[in-house]
Write a protein that binds this ligand. Structure first.
Ligand SMILES: Cc1cc2nc3c(=O)[nH]c(=O)nc-3n(C[C@H](O)[C@H](O)[C@H](O)COP(=O)(O)OP(=O)(O)OC[C@H]3O[C@@H](n4cnc5c(N)ncnc54)[C@H](O)[C@@H]3O)c2cc1C
Length: 496
């Protein structure tokens, strides 16, 4: 009789999702997280009475989260309130114009009409196109472990594979968006969705134009109290299912005999198990945790990491009605911004600035009369010669200048500051070269090149998280956890 025990390495969202699925299927689950807190890149801090989400700030594809709670036998609304955000985002363009994007189609069409009347019809056509990609791809690319041949050849997937040309894989995001819209501001706005999984709109395949359908039709949400409440809720559910969560516990080695998993080493101690679910960045795991596979590890390290980021957490005194909960201040030249990031791997001179202010929705997240600004800039993944201390100062000035250009002078109003660079993302979460979404989707074949959920080299080893199939972002890593858990259950003989 096999031992129904699984060790989960890392405590990100993909791990918590897998742990819950596995525990509900009757496995005994031990999870080891190196940090004091679980949640990985979904994280929060409280500094000088300002509370911040330091990672993810927008939630999409709610049904994925709801399904996890339902599978666990509980009701999501007993744990979490999802709040639709309207406007979804306030966009500030380089020419001084401002537009509120909304999931309400009437409001969105009115907003487009104000800046480019001839593009109103294009918006509806674009959404239908985006929906078509969603209908064709979601089942196969998001809900199926595509490296599993038997699952891929199921008849309904097979039909999709024959219609792959319809998912627009041969153009880039930018090329296809430009075919719909005439106004460069709207092109920039819809190009931006490639960054939702850390990619470059001028290289990533237009299949990523699925994302606007997800945000504008399925909706963009915030969680009452902050995105980190999702982690609290999942930890509660995991506890109720007797998942053993060990914090401040670094897994030093995934042990094997060259064929099968034997256990893990934590704090010098070997914990025996036949099943390991690895939620740490899989490129790093192959390099640092799994001995004996140097050539595979070398090959994986050639996969291009996603965007990284620089984050300023600012406690700002005063209130700023010019800003909404989510805001984007665009760069004046998007193409140059992405060339600098991906081609030259430089810190961009004129970065696009994202500002999320949860105190607009949860006023208790900042002291009275103040706001908590989470300011995120797209950055290249790490290369050795970048000097981040200088870049922090340069970027702080750039952000303040750009804020002045939209009428906001906050120079004397920042009373608290904390900065994270790509080095911090690498150190805090052991992410590959500081990438924040795992592997970029800058090539048409990325979906197939991503690391599979079931290891091809060792029996008993599985992967979840942003660096493996189906990719980065909250809903996808939750799905990766579900896929890895399902594969373990199948290999154990519990289901087909
Ligand atoms: C700044 C930022 C903004 C983002 N914005 C959004 C957004 O708005 N919407 C969205 O959907 N997504 C967003 N994301 C992406 C999303 O947060 C991630 O894709 C997702 O949280 C990654 O989950 P994961 O399962 O890959 O685990 P990770 O978050 O990568 O966690 C892995 C965990 O493993 C631990 N670990 C590593 N090595 C070891 C070891 N040897 N032993 C034990 N533990 C180990 C790490 O400490 C970490 O806790 C954002 C991310 C960042 C950083």
């Amino acid at each position: 009789m096999k031992n129904k025990k699984v060790v989960v390495v890392g405590g990100g969202l993909g791990a918590l999702s897998a742990a819950i699925y596995l525990a509900k299927l009757g496995f005994s689950v031990l999870l080891f997280e190196k940090n004091e807190k679980v949640g990985g890149k979904v994280n929060e801090v409280v500094l000088d009475n300002y509370r911040f989400d330091t990672g993810a700030s927008l939630l999409t594809m709610l049904s994925v989260i709801d399904d996890l709670f339902t599978f666990a036998g509980v009701t999501r609304s007993d744990y979490l309130d999802f709040l639709p955000i309207d406007p979804l985002c306030r966009y500030f363009f380089a020419d001084g114009s401002v537009m509120d994007a909304s999931a309400d189609i009437t409001k969105m069409k009115q907003a487009i009409e104000k800046i480019s009347p001839e593009d109103v019809g294009a918006y509806e056509r674009f959404l239908s196109y985006s929906e078509r990609i969603y209908n064709l791809t979601s089942e196969i690319f998001m809900y199926t472990p595509i490296h599993e041949f038997k699952k891929l050849i199921k008849s309904r997937h097979f039909q999709t594979l024959f219609r792959l040309y319809q998912i627009d894989p041969f153009r880039t995001v930018h090329q296809s968006v430009s075919r719909f819209f005439s106004d460069p501001r709207l092109i920039q706005l819809f190009d931006r969705y490639a960054t939702y999984n850390g990619s470059d709109p001028f290289q990533a395949p237009a299949t990523l134009n699925i994302i606007p359908y997800i945000e504008y039709v399925l909706g963009g949400f915030y969680i009452k109290g902050g995105i980190y409440r999702l982690i609290d809720a999942l930890v509660s559910v995991a506890n109720e299912l007797d998942v053993q969560i060990h914090r401040s516990s670094t897994v030093e080695k995934i042990c094997h005999d060259g064929k099968r998993i034997m256990g893990v080493q934590v704090n010098g101690e070997i914990i025996k198990t036949e099943y390991v679910l690895c939620n740490t960045d899989a490129v790093i795991a192959h390099r640092e945790l799994i001995d004996g596979y140097r050539s595979i590890s070398k090959k994986l390290s050639r996969l291009e990491p996603s965007l990284s980021g620089m984050v300023f957490l600012w406690g700002v005194n005063g209130s700023y009605p010019e800003l909404a909960h989510h805001n984007i201040i665009f760069s004046s030249d998007y193409r140059t911004e992405f060339e600098q990031i991906f081609k030259y791997q430089h810190v961009p001179d004129d970065p696009t600035i994202y500002i999320a202010i949860t105190s607009k929705t949860d006023i208790e997240h900042a002291p009275e009369g103040c706001e908590n600004w989470f300011v995120l800039l797209n950055m290249p993944y790490l290369i050795p010669e970048q000097i981040w201390d200088q870049e922090k100062d340069r970027m702080r000035s750039v952000v303040k200048d750009k804020l002045r250009q939209v009428g906001l002078n906050i120079d004397k109003h920042i009373e608290m500051e904390k900065i994270y660079t790509p080095v911090d993302f690498q150190d805090m979460y052991a992410s590959n070269r500081g990438s924040i979404y795992g592997i970029s989707s800058n090539s048409r074949t990325t979906a197939f090149k991503r690391i599979p959920n079931r290891s091809r080299i060792l029996d008993g080893l599985y992967f979840s998280g942003g660096s493996v199939h189906p990719g980065g972002g909250i809903p996808l890593v939750v799905l990766s956890g579900k896929m890895a858990a399902t594969l373990i259950a199948e290999d154990f003989g519990l289901c087909e």
